[in-house]
Ligand binder design. Structure first.
Ligand code: ASP
Length: 334
């Protein structure tokens, strides 16, 4: 029988109503889950659940928490066949993207899930998500970091939270689902990454300074200039459409050019979730490329930010960081 390690990091799944809204309550998830009739059913893999201390609303998660998750996976790696990470939905796509880069050489499934409705509520979507994630982690060969939510199995670094209300809260706009679970399990072996060679190598994250800024009509170049000041090392600039920005007065390209000359990495993402950045499609995007910005292609903002952190923290020279941002490392771009 396969063995699955479940890291319970927090999120709505184990929350209860508090004075200011839902809050994670230590022990709540385990209390409810361990008393369910189906726990111990032969369909479920053998599993061990470990509750993090503290458990967090994922809005409070930081790279140090990603490091904790990566470390526990490393510690339990040989003992278990697969891993489930129970996590809040708000930053689940950031954690999944970060882990995909941090866990180099991963050969076992790491499936993140959680719920939109807490387990303490009768309509909770948590039971289904957890049971399905455990099955995927225990019974399938999926050597990558995924999000499984609302019956959709998504590559983690392709996923983004698209709904604060729907039970299918995540989508993967630029890549097909890796699988679907309805009455049965369907996993697309043709899309799942091949198992890499070599041992697992875990990278920590959190020493770099990166940011993101969304362009909007009338945005003054000073806003961009301020955010690009030291100690910032990398910026994801969320532009319009294929990567367009207001460039007519030349101020935004000038600010980008001066930051790039100082060695700051500026990557252009799109405010559209679907499609790819194409710097050069319009004069309003070529100007950014000429200033030294690079294309974020069809990566999610979550993947682009965490990949930038990962590459900067590898200690690579700026031109290498820029080059590798455009190369698929873990299936994060087409
Ligand atoms: N705020 C919650 C969290 O991200 C939302 C959720 O879990 O759905 O932890």
């Amino acid at each position: 029988m396969s063995r699955v390690f479940v890291a319970y990091t927090g999120g709505t799944i184990g929350m209860v109503p508090g004075a200011g809204g839902f809050v994670p309550k230590p022990g709540e998830f385990l209390d409810i889950f361990n008393h369910l009739d189906f726990v111990g059913a032969p369909e479920l893999p053998d599993f061990v659940i470990e509750e993090f201390d503290p458990i967090l609303d994922s809005a409070n998660m930081r790279p140090t928490d990603w490091n904790r998750i990566a470390s526990i996976i490393e510690e339990k790696y040989t003992e278990f066949d697969g891993f489930v990470v129970l996590h809040g939905t708000d930053t689940m796509a950031y954690t999944a993207s970060a882990l995909s880069f941090m866990l180099e050489g991963l050969r076992k499934p790491v499936i993140l899930t959680g719920s939109q409705i807490p387990l303490c509520r009768i309509r909770s979507d948590g039971y289904r998500n957890v049971v399905e994630a455990m099955t995927l982690a225990g019974d399938y060969s999926i050597p990558e970091v995924c999000i499984h939510f609302g019956g959709r199995l998504l590559r983690g670094n392709r996923a983004t939270k698209v709904s604060s209300a729907a039970l299918k809260a995540f989508d993967s706009p630029n890549f097909p689902f890796l699988g679907r679970v309805a009455t049965g399990f369907k996993v697309r072996d043709d899309l799942v990454r091949r198992s890499p060679h070599g041992a697992l190598k875990v990278h920590s994250l959190g020493r770099s300074r990166v940011g993101a800024l969304r362009i909007f009509p009338g945005m003054e170049a000073e806003i961009l200039e301020n955010i690009l000041r030291p100690p910032l090392q990398g910026l994801v600039l969320e532009c319009y459409g294929v990567g367009n920005a207001p460039v007519q007065d030349g101020k935004i390209p000038a600010v980008i050019e001066s930051a790039c000359r100082r060695g700051v990495v500026v990557a252009i993402a799109s405010q559209c979730s679907d499609g790819t950045v194409d710097l050069g499609g319009y004069a309003t995007s070529s100007a950014l490329a000429q200033a030294g910005a690079i294309s974020g292609l069809d990566m999610t903002v979550e993947a682009l930010m965490t990949k930038m952190m990962y590459l900067i923290e590898l200690g690579l020279p700026t031109d290498q960081v820029k080059y590798r941002l455009g190369v698929s490392l873990r299936g994060e771009l087409s």
